[in-house]
Design a protein around this ligand. Structure first.
Ligand SMILES: *Cc1c(COP(=O)(O)O)cnc(C)c1O
Length: 241
């Protein structure tokens, strides 16, 4: 497909997503500015990221360092905030910290230590979200990453105490299993409760990242501040990851 055709396609899909976010904000009695669109560009090329930036997108997200590192390098200089949303191994942290502004998938104290060391070494301040697994019991990890709700305060405190890191809020992916399976609205409302108690301890940690292509309305209705949308903007990913 030519760049011009791709541009036309993205203009249309962005307009449809914008329409959905605006309608959900109106239904929730929220202002449109209260919700930030993050376009998840994983598996799509740097040329798409460039087009998105031209079309006014300011936030993009990636989930694999192997893809994100070269892509972000190709896109250096564009006015974009880069979010990392994938499960993160400590041996990738140094690379991820070089291009990410916010890591949304912080789910263990070992990772906090590694992120802090890398941020200090890079002379950067890194925003961190605690990833919550709404289907996980205390002590176990969520199938798609994340910590059990009961472990959020301790992990948030660890981030707040770590040099080079800022605790910015929470992220979740609607669970496929457990009591919230198929109940996105209830899942996101539970996340909002966890967010209110987090803000009691860390008032600036007011980001709530929830909602994807299929459930962004439920997230906006519940009170999410950031939605992460891939497929609905860029199309169905070749080879689902
Ligand atoms: C891929 C991904 C998304 C976007 O999912 P879509 O269904 O394509 O909108 C959002 N969040 C995370 C963590 C992802 O990995």
């Amino acid at each position: 497909m030519s760049v011009t055709d791709r541009r036309t396609e993205l203009v249309g899909s962005l307009a449809r997503v914008e329409e959905r976010i605006s309608a959900a904000c109106a239904a929730a009695g929220r202002k449109r500015e209260e919700v930030t669109l993050i376009v998840v560009t994983k598996t799509y090329p740097a040329s798409d990221v460039r087009l998105l930036a031209e079309l006014g997108v300011r936030h993009v997200a990636e989930n694999r360092d192997q893809d994100a590192a070269p892509k972000s390098a190709e896109c250096a200089g564009l006015p974009l905030t880069w979010h990392f949303v994938g499960q993160l191994q400590t041996n990738k942290v140094r690379s991820v910290v070089a291009y990410s502004d916010i890591v949304q998938s912080v789910d263990r104290t070992k990772l906090v230590g590694a992120l802090s060391t890398a941020a200090v070494r890079a002379g950067r301040e890194l925003g961190c979200l605690v990833q919550v697994a709404l289907d996980a019991e205390s002590g176990e990890a969520g199938g798609r990453g994340g910590v059990a709700p009961a472990e959020v305060p301790a992990l948030a405190d660890a981030i707040a105490d770590a040099e080079g890191l800022r605790v910015k809020g929470l992220m979740t992916v609607a669970p496929l299993a457990g009591p919230y399976a198929g109940r996105q609205r209830a899942a996101f409302e539970h996340l909002m409760e966890i967010s209110s108690s987090l803000r009691g301890r860390h008032p600036a940690a007011n980001m709530v990242s929830a909602g994807m292509s299929t459930d962004l309305e439920e997230a906006v209705l519940a009170g999410a501040t950031h939605v992460r949308v891939g497929t609905a903007v860029l199309g169905v990913r070749p080879g689902l990851r």
